[in-house]
Ligand binder design. Structure first.
Ligand SMILES: Nc1ncnc2c1ncn2[C@@H]1O[C@H](COP(=O)(O)OP(=O)(O)OP(=O)(O)O)[C@@H](O)[C@H]1O
Ligand SMILES: [Mg+2]
Length: 506
């Protein structure tokens, strides 16, 4: 049941829409999500974006900001300074602070912490990010799904192996395990040695030779060393014992017996996935420890505003991985939040400009559908609907996009020349009856006029191309937009949409 405290919070007004002083945007509206569309230079960032961002900061929201452009950090620093929130600002940038996502998954509080499945999902989420960055190349046809499952199984067994062996669970150790995974010959040799060593009939000399062979084998094979450490353990719980049999079966049989081609594809795919973590930015700042002020929970506990200053325009795929991973972890932390137990639940926001670059096709819509109960406001900014289709993979991209957009209930459309986005907007806004007169006449006669009602779009697609863009002194630096939402009380204009002009220089 919703408490009075939450009810009050949800109904608090954040701002009124420009030129419409009785049309409010409440904190509750913010949790239902905002999507801002518009061509480049239409005023998404400096118009409606700024209007919303400032209201979040003024009202004490904690939050996370992803940066696509190098200018983004400065923009947010200025907003934060303006709102007097400097003490809450945490800038995570090259050479400053570090965050190891795997260590976080192991150390965080709450259900599922350190579970193999969650860590595997985290690493597999890199797959989506890489695909988005390549503008949706590939997809989920049968063969891709097969390889994805194969890599997922390998990752999950590597994680269990490292855990059972008591080794550090790091990307680099996972790499060592897979590149040293036993071959068919290794596995057979190990089996023979093992038989000799465990056979009561074996003589001391045979056992010694077998032991030496085993020493030699494991000396240069990290995977085998881990397996032996795991096998030696006698302190395992039942579920750990189950995990150990799966791991043994995988590395001594299943993986070892795979054809060379299959094996090399799985290894290649895994190495491709983690390659950015082997050097540079991700190796330095995403593979070591976790800086104290980068725990995502601090956004709602203390109102921190974390800016991920790894602009994609500069850092390319490394910037996408760094920010996409942190975003995923932040969203999960929000979902784990138990607002009933918080004395003064603090609203939070997730701000994603160029949102198509950081999309998780399945999880984002799921997150958004429960964001209201986590008190998290998502604001996505992107040029148009086609960037989303491309980011959602080749199968069901349209339905996935629309399901995400359905859960972002406030949609702001700035000037755009993208036909699909404009048609989508016009369709959402709907149609109404308009009177149309037609006159039928022959050229010698006066003719007969007929008045009939026809259905027409309330806003035609081409009208979105004519909205005023920002940066124009002659209109007082205003960026025009059409807002679509179905507010519970309806707009004061009695329409399904609202036209606004956002001042860029406020
Ligand atoms: N404070 C400001 N005063 C006047 N003009 C501005 C201001 N901020 C931005 N502009 C101009 O307004 C236009 C819109 O800029 P803005 O960055 O908001 O566009 P955008 O829709 O976010 O574009 P993009 O997709 O490239 O990020 C640009 O021409 C920009 O130069
Ligand atoms: Mg922008």
């Amino acid at each position: 049941m919703q408490s009075d405290k939450i009810y009050e919070l949800l109904n608090k007004t954040l701002f009124t829409w420009p030129q419409h002083s009785s049309d409010k945007f409440t904190i509750g509206d913010s949790f239902e999500g905002v999507q801002i569309f518009g061509a480049t230079g239409s005023g998404k960032t400096s118009g409606s974006g700024k209007h919303i961002a400032k209201s979040f900061l003024k009202n004490g929201y904690g939050g996370l900001v992803l940066c696509a452009k190098p200018s983004e950090r400065k923009t947010w620093e200025a907003y934060i300074k303006n709102a007097g929130r400097e003490k809450d600002m945490v800038i995570f940038s090259p050479g400053r602070r570090s965050f190891n996502p795997i260590a976080y998954e192991q150390q965080r509080f709450g259900k599922g912490a350190g579970e193999t499945l969650n860590i595997t999902n985290l690493i597999m989420s890199l797959n989506n990010l890489a695909r988005n960055f390549m503008a949706g190349e590939g997809g989920e046809n049968g063969s891709e799904k097969f390889w994805e499952n194969a890599v997922q199984r390998a990752i999950s067994r590597m994680i269990d192996l490292l855990k059972l062996a008591g080794e550090d669970l790091s990307i680099m150790n996972m790499r060592e395990v897979i590149v040293n995974a036993l071959t068919k010959e290794n596995a057979e040799q190990f089996l023979q040695i093992n038989n000799i060593m465990n056979d009561p009939e074996s003589g001391d000399a045979d056992i010694n030779i077998a032991f030496e062979k085993l020493q030699l084998m494991q000396e240069d094979n990290y995977c085998l060393r881990c397996l032996l450490k795991a096998i030696e353990r006698d302190d395992l719980t039942t579920s750990q014992e189950n995990a150990r049999s799966l791991v043994q079966s995988y590395f001594f049989k299943e993986f070892a017996l795979l054809s060379e081609r299959t094996k090399s594809i799985v290894i290649e795919q895994f190495l491709g996935l983690i390659a950015p973590f082997e050097t540079g930015l991700l190796q330095k700042q995403f593979s070591s420890e976790i800086s104290d002020d980068l725990w995502p929970e601090l956004t709602y506990e203390e109102g921190r505003i974390i800016i991920l200053d790894f602009p994609v325009k500069e850092h390319l795929i490394a910037g996408v991985y760094a920010q996409g991973l942190y975003k995923f972890i932040f969203q999960q932390a929000m979902e784990r939040r138990d607002t009933d137990k918080e004395e003064n639940p603090r609203p939070c926001f997730l701000w994603v400009d160029e949102s198509h670059l950081f999309m998780n096709p399945v999880y984002d819509a799921l997150f958004q559908s429960t964001a209201r109960s986590s008190l998290c406001a998502t604001v996505l900014l992107s040029q148009g609907i086609n960037s989303y289709y491309a980011a959602m993979g080749s199968s069901r991209s349209e339905s996935r996009t629309k399901s995400l957009l359905m859960n972002l209930t406030t949609k702001i459309f700035h000037a755009s020349n993208d036909h699909d986005t404009n048609t989508y907007a016009s369709d959402l806004i709907g149609q109404d009856f308009r009177e149309m007169t037609s006159i039928q006449r022959k050229h010698t006669e006066l003719g007969q006029a007929t008045l009939a009602e026809h259905l027409f779009p309330k806003v035609f697609p081409h009208e979105f191309t004519m909205l005023e863009k920002g940066g124009d002194k002659s209109n007082g630096f205003k960026a025009e937009a059409i807002i679509f939402k179905s507010p519970s009380r309806g707009w004061s204009t009695k329409e399904t949409y609202l036209r606004c002009k956002f001042a860029q220089r406020d």
